[in-house]
Design a binder for this molecule. Sequence first.
Ligand code: ADP
Ligand code: ADP
Length: 231
Amino acid sequence: MAFVQIRHLTKRYGQHRAALDDFSLDIAANEFVGIMGPSGVGKSTLLNIIATLKKPTSGTVFVAGQPVTKWRDAKAANFRRTQLGLMIQDFRLLPNLTIGDNIALPLTLLPPRPKDLAERVAQVATQFSLDPLLTRYPHQLSIGQQQRVAAARAIITKPSLILADEPTASLDSHAATTFLQHLAKLHHEAHTTTILVTHDAFTASFCDRIVFIKDGRFFAAVTSKGNQQQF
Ligand code: ADP
Ligand code: ADP
């Protein structure tokens, strides 16, 4: 059974043409999938629905066999905290927490508080060259630095599913490479499943499979071996 099963998703915002139109896709456990396509075709909508942050108009997403898009608020919130690493637009850093506390947040939301919390924060901070920034506040950081903090926060729980919307858009080449290598490492060591939306060929080159969306529908998929699956 696929780890993520996306079944007949349709999302309408008001009377407009559907942002997602009967979209279905299976994603295997431990797969690293890139979602590509022009602006406005429904990529962010798809990611937000899988993340249980938006409700589909119809259709269902199953994660590990569970119909997560059917769940009510508290259960969905628990799913996000325990299983997801989220780097979604509008999933911002909390302005009143230091960078260190922002990175630690997913772990502190999950009782019991891990004994090695400080070490884990220090470890991811080092990976993203954030050590000197841990006592600062989000508004004191550049956009690229904030995106590195969001990346560190997304992976600190070693989530089973990482959802990322243009995660490398504000990163310089070094930080983007570090982040993608880290995702690849999680992928190999922790068997994380990753779905990311990107416009960037370098980021796409890390993916096992690229799925192209056009006007809310599946358009084509290409695997890293260069096999075109459907067109
Ligand atoms: P992409 O991520 O591919 O750029 P989106 O999922 O953001 O696409 O948007 C798909 C379509 O749905 C676009 O036409 C967009 O304007 C529309 N849309 C997205 N979110 C909303 C919303 N909350 N309300 C109304 N329309 C929306
Ligand atoms: P839902 O709760 O139905 O999943 P959202 O919370 O995404 O929808 O959107 C709430 C409102 O925000 C929409 O009705 C729309 O007015 C506005 N909105 C948000 N994003 C967009 C967008 N990309 N384009 C147009 N309107 C948007």
